[in-house]
Write a protein that binds this ligand. Structure first.
Ligand code: NAP
Length: 484
């Protein structure tokens, strides 16, 4: 099943922060892959900008090394590689000063789409927007892509929205959450709204609870400074997990278009109840054997910042009242494992008697690894010996079901950057959504900060603190295993 590639119109793309980690690891390799796929037409121009003094030739070498280091498919194709690299330009530029801006403005075409990717620290989002305007680069064809974090609370997110709104309309602002670009996350909408099967059961009458898990094996890595000022709530829950929650819980939008989808997501966030302290567990990983713990990673022995969080949320609306949503994310956990599990209620009466056991269906949407879905169904255990029941998965791993093309699907950054060029905002967060998400998380964070309580310690390589298990057990439920 070959996926169709529809070329986009020639465009100018400026990657501010073109020498940074995200640009080298994700953005440039994503652009290279789209180039190889034939999606970018001749005349498209990619310009990287940062303060480091270098010329375009040196920048091309830097990107060539990045394509190798980050193992980009097609990187071995010398012709494609040369042609892509030759099209790259570099401008030495200071986001907070005047250096480089006239040179950049002179490079920009007048009457074509111009995308400005802010792959820089959040303190520079405002200055970049100001300068783009000052140097005449914020015309109607311009759009800006803003990385996370979008603020660190409601007040700062609001201030940033206002700063950007001074020079760009909402339809020109693309707040990126790369989770929304993942194939399976979009499949979530296809599964829900493209099939008759699930939607009638998608409510508190049939769904016992929903679990959303984003488990990482990595620690804070090179982002220690940033992370120790943020923690899992700000870094993961306020954006990625909330977005997954919205997609799983929202009402069917009338159309698959940006306003309709984002309106429905916003309604979910606004219907979330405040979380009571008893329904949240924070954790921080400790070192095991020779592996350092969080405090050593961030070089702050007194840190009370969480690297793990588990919480129970309630959505107060007709569809979901009474069905809890359990969210869990953490670093240095047993396995890299992200999934959404919709756990249906047990059948109201078992005609097979008590010894047949209690069974329930679970629909699991696997984001990583092995992207796919499976539906746990109850069948008769094969063989003689009466009617004994057993649960088995109806498993669809996308790479198996869709063939080799499924392995070649664009990664999240590829898809999202092409959406920016096409002007499709469906998979980007709107300003009011981001603010509503902060309005929900702010009081939770304020409570912790007021209490000064330390998070519970958990071993690196575990499933998180024991207290997180208790959060489920006291409701008579259990977390799904974080599998290796
Ligand atoms: P980084 O490695 O520190 O890169 C920052 C970039 O900004 C560098 O290219 C730096 O280059 C440039 N820069 C700094 N000050 C500048 C100035 N005054 N004028 C112009 N350029 C300036 O950071 P990163 O990890 O790539 O992250 C970039 C953004 O993406 C951040 O907002 C981050 O939160 C977000 N993000 C990153 C990741 C990730 O995996 N890395 C994931 C999600 C979100 P010079 O020093 O040469 O100026």
């Amino acid at each position: 099943m070959a996926s169709r590639v529809i070329p986009v119109d020639p465009f100018d793309l400026v990657v501010f922060g073109g020498t940074g980690d995200l640009a080298r690891r994700k953005i440039l390799p994503a652009l290279f892959r789209r180039y190889c796929a034939g999606q970018m037409q001749a005349g498209t121009r990619i310009v990287a900008a940062a303060r480091t003094e270098m010329d375009s030739a040196a920048y091309r070498e830097m990107v060539a090394a990045a394509l190798d280091e980050f193992d980009t498919p097609h990187a071995h194709d010398a012709d494609q590689r040369r042609a892509f690299l030759d099209g790259l330009h570099y401008v030495t530029l200071d986001a907070t000063g005047t250096q480089g801006w006239e040179e950049l403005a002179a490079l920009m075409s007048r009457d074509r789409i111009k995308a400005y990717y802010f792959s820089v620290g959040p303190a520079l989002f405002g200055p970049l927007a100001e300068r783009l305007h000052e140097y005449g680069m914020s015309d109607d064809e311009a759009r800006i892509v803003v990385e996370k974090p979008f603020g660190r609370d409601l007040e700062s997110a609001r201030a940033l929205n206002l700063t950007l709104a001074r020079h760009f309309t909402e339809s020109q602002i693309y707040r990126i959450d790369h989770y929304l670009g993942k194939e399976t996350v979009q499949n979530l909408m296809a599964i829900r709204f493209g099939n008759m099967l699930f939607e009638p059961l998608w409510n508190s009458q049939y769904v016992d609870h929903i679990q959303i898990t984003v488990a990482e094996t990595v620690g804070v890595g090179g982002r220690a400074d940033y992370y120790d000022r943020s923690g899992a709530m700000r870094d993961m829950v306020q954006n990625h997990l909330m977005q997954l929650l919205c997609l799983i819980a929202m009402e069917p939008p009338a159309k698959f278009d940006p306003s309709a989808v984002r309106d429905e997501k916003l309604k979910v966030i606004r219907a979330l109840d405040p979380v009571v302290p008893n329904d949240i567990v924070r954790g921080q990983y400790r070192g095991v054997d020779d592996k350092p713990g969080y405090a050593e990673h961030v070089e702050n022995a007194a840190s009370t910042v969480e690297s793990f969080i588990a919480l129970k949320a309630h959505i107060s609306n007709w569809r979901w009242a009474g069905t809890p949503f359990y969210l869990r994310t953490g670093k240095r956990l047993r396995a890299r494992n992200s999934e959404i599990a919709v756990v249906f209620k047990e059948a109201p009466h078992s005609i097979f008697g008590a010894e047949a056991g209690r069974h329930r269906n679970i629909l699991t949407i696997r984001l990583q690894p092995n992207e796919g879905i499976d539906l746990g169904v109850t069948i008769k255990e094969p063989g003689p010996g009466g009617m004994r029941l057993v649960d088995v998965p109806l498993d669809m791993t996308f790479t198996e079901a869709l063939g080799p093309d499924a392995e070649d699907v664009p990664d999240a950054y590829e898809r999202l950057i092409m959406d920016v060029i096409r002007g499709n905002q469906t998979l980007f967060m709107r300003g009011d959504e981001v603010e509503a998400a902060w309005a929900w998380t702010d009081p939770i964070i304020a409570d912790w900060e007021a209490s000064g309580d330390a998070p519970f310690a958990y071993d690196s390589g575990s499933a998180g603190p024991e207290e997180a298990l208790a959060l489920m057990h006291r409701d008579g439920r259990r977390w799904r295993e974080i599998r290796l």
